[in-house]
Design a protein around this ligand. Structure first.
Ligand SMILES: [Fe+2]
Ligand SMILES: [Fe+2]
Length: 455
């Protein structure tokens, strides 16, 4: 059982926490973990070649790591429009030149639209999606980019960082989204970021030579031709790609942070956790405000049990981030109204594993990562993802488990309505004390009126 010291803000480097959280954004985008970090490293090489100032390089560094922070906000809508796995849809969207009407784009739509529907209904849906592709693109890219920019501002990053994210999907020839900006009218950061995300994707999957081939093909259409020339001059550097492979990627990217490393103070850390809770909650209409609800209930229980202020702060932050791994689950599973298949259920059961995997990378977050990832564990060993027992579950972990149950039962789910308070408490009490902690539940019950009033 991890028992490291309670995290202190002075221990947390901004590049450490943001680069770790960028791995969660990769999951939502259906990308390989490390995609944003690798794109960031490529972008920093471009920034060097362009001789950007240290301040600009710092703004660009964080814009690259957070470029997909709006990605969860259009996930449910994409599932609604296409009726398929939106993560696969997003992953493929970078490979296909979707700005041109072609057999390739039609096949992309066909592959990703409502695979479960009977033939005739599916055909009608494919035609409807293909005919509305421009409007769908405006809506979903617009939502994603604006939300991403807002999240970056909320975390305390600059307007330049936010502007880079806002125009990420604009294309040099004006065919991008959401505003159809063109040429030099697109912020330089956005031009670099758009190129780097495609460069990384093809470079990692198909090799540096193929990646440069794609960049050259799209020069003057998607990308600024001058930036493509710079990428081509850097692309033959074998060392560049070697440094992006392997377990040391995050350390490498942290070493590229421009200037002196920034440390997050307590307020900044809270802002980052709260902003990420919004990213997590935006993934599905059914979890809207869930992380913040669990944080409220957890803090109330922790304070009611008399835990010290530092532990209360850690519990609240762990609660805000507890469902981080849910960003890995497609909305076709999260928002499914019927019973889940065995495979779908396996995807759900993995989400606390991803929470742990991502958060434990952050220096000083070991205890928080354990607490956050234990929210589905039960005292009798019947929980997931590790099947821990009472003797392995710390009080903070027990608090979050009770708070998570409370908030989940209090909200509607795809397969049932929200339950009244009395029923919620009755259901939780049926799991006390064999599965859920009695002391935590007693404090929750005492304060349930406060929680209901402030929900
Ligand atoms: Fe969960
Ligand atoms: Fe949860």
């Amino acid at each position: 059982m991890p028992q490291s010291a309670v995290e202190r803000a002075s221990e947390v480097r901004l590049s450490d926490i943001i680069s770790a959280l960028s791995f969660a954004l990769d999951l939502t985008e259906g990308q390989r973990m490390g995609h944003s970090a690798r794109a960031c490293a490529l972008g920093m090489r471009m920034a060097d070649a362009l001789q950007l100032s240290r301040e600009d390089r710092s703004d660009l560094y964080y814009a690259l790591l957070l470029k997909d922070s709006g990605c969860s906000s259009n996930a449910a809508r994409l599932f609604q429009i296409f009726g398929g796995d939106e993560r696969r849809l997003k992953r493929e969207s970078r490979r296909v030149n979707w700005t041109r009407t072609s057999l390739e784009t039609f096949q992309y739509v066909r592959r990703n639209t409502a695979p479960e529907l009977p033939f005739l209904r599916r055909t009608r849906k494919i035609i409807s999606v293909a005919m509305n592709s421009r409007n769908n693109g405006l809506e979903t890219f617009g939502l994603r980019c604006e939300r991403g920019a807002q999240i970056a501002l909320r975390m305390g990053f600059s307007e330049a960082t936010a502007a880079g994210i806002r125009s990420l999907d604009e294309h040099w020839d004006g065919s991008g989204y959401p505003l159809g900006l063109r040429g030099q009218g697109i912020p330089l950061f956005s031009r670099i970021m758009n190129l780097c995300q495609t460069w990384e994707l093809f470079g990692t999957e198909q090799g540096p030579a193929q990646a440069l081939h794609v960049l050259r093909q799209r020069a003057g259409r998607w990308f600024d031709p001058d930036l493509v020339r710079i990428a081509a001059s850097l692309g033959s550097d074998q060392h560049l790609w070697e440094s992006l492979r392997g377990d040391e990627l995050r350390k490498y990217v942290m070493s590229l942070e421009p200037g002196r490393s920034i440390h997050a103070d307590d307020d900044r850390l809270d802002e980052i956790c709260e902003a990420f809770a919004e990213v997590i909650d935006a993934k599905s209409p059914f979890t809207y405000r869930h992380s913040r609800g669990v944080a409220r209930a957890s803090l109330l229980i922790a304070q009611g049990l008399g835990l010290d202020p530092e532990t209360c702060t850690m519990v609240r932050r762990a609660a805000l981030l507890h469902d981080l791994g849910k960003l890995s689950v497609p909305n076709s599973v999260l928002d499914k109204p019927g019973n889940l298949t065995r495979e779908e259920w396996s995807a759900i059961r993995l989400h606390p594993y991803y929470t742990q995997k991502i958060l434990q990378r952050i220096d000083g977050f070991e205890n928080l990562a354990f607490v956050a990832s234990a929210h589905h564990e039960k005292l009798d060993g019947s929980g997931y993802f590790r099947g821990l027992y009472a003797c392995q579950l710390t009080l903070p972990a027990r608090i979050i488990a009770v708070a998570d149950n409370y908030d989940a039962l209090s909200a509607a789910r795809p397969y049932r309505e929200a339950l009244p308070q009395e029923k919620v408490l009755q259901l939780i009490s049926s799991e006390v004390p064999h599965a859920l902690d009695g002391d935590c539940f007693a404090v929750l019950k005492q304060n349930s009126d406060v929680l209901a009033r402030t929900a």
